[in-house]
Write a protein that binds this ligand. Structure first.
Ligand SMILES: Nc1ncnc2c1ncn2[C@@H]1O[C@H](COP(=O)(O)OP(=O)(O)OP(=O)(O)O)[C@@H](O)[C@H]1O
Ligand SMILES: [Mg+2]
Length: 204
């Protein structure tokens, strides 16, 4: 089973993924993230997330993320699924649609085709969308003491609002696959709700 975690920066994706993995027990569980969990991905991550890369054209950025995805699916996600593991992935195709599509204005239809190509058509069985107001995410990131180091974090609030709206639109479009969590709630409540969803959808 392939599960992805989506949401704006600082929405709590990584925190929930890790806590849920603890709850599930880590045997037969592959924890991974985008961009980054292949040798190529680690190098691309440095380029894409490097604050110095400011001014990277939206199309160039799109293709870097897609290159990472292709390698990541081929080298990490698909082999793990073939071994019968459950895969938890921190960001995936929906992030491309929300960031490069909804927020940066590239064609959604075009991105959908490119996502399908880059991901070998591999779609998640379940996606958790952590939804929360941009202001709350920003203050959490400040508390995380990593505030505004990454390139995306230097964008103004309206960029993040557009990303959030993009994710919510996807949740409406793919209501079967995307489960929206109110990310302002406590981690304990989020883990419990996500765990229930996961158990309900796991193949018997
Ligand atoms: N449910 C929660 N309630 C309060 N604080 C939380 C909650 N979940 C996460 N946090 C805190 O918010 C901050 C951001 O969380 P986290 O790093 O998991 O977000 P993220 O979505 O993975 O961010 P990024 O997109 O930057 O990777 C962290 O300091 C984390 O401890
Ligand atoms: Mg994270």
């Amino acid at each position: 089973m392939f599960v992805t975690f989506e949401g704006i920066d600082g929405s709590g994706k990584t925190t929930l993924l890790q806590a849920l993995a603890e709850t599930m027990g880590k045997a037969h569980l592959c924890l991974t993230r985008e961009p980054g969990d292949s040798a190529l991905g680690k190098r691309l991550r440095e380029i894409v997330l490097d604050a110095k890369t400011k001014g990277l054209d939206a199309r160039a950025e799109l293709f870097l993320f897609l290159a990472d995805r292709a390698q990541h699916v081929a080298q990490v996600i698909r082999p793990a699924l073939e071994r019968g593991e459950m895969v938890f992935c921190d960001r995936y195709c929906d992030s491309t649609l929300a960031y490069q599509g909804a927020a940066r204005g590239l064609s959604q239809d075009c991105i959908m085709d490119l996502n399908a190509l880059a991901s070998f058509g591999l779609e998640p069985d379940l996606t958790f969308l952590l939804d929360l107001p941009v202001s709350v995410a920003k203050s959490r990131m400040q508390q995380r003491n990593e505030a505004f180091e990454g390139r995306f974090d230097s964008y103004d609030g309206s960029f993040h609002e557009a990303v959030r709206a993009g994710f919510l639109e996807l949740a409406t479009r793919y209501a079967e696959r995307i489960y929206v969590l109110d990310a302002t709630r406590s981690l304990k409540e989020l883990v419990s709700e996500a765990h229930k969803q996961l158990l309900a959808r796991m193949p018997q």
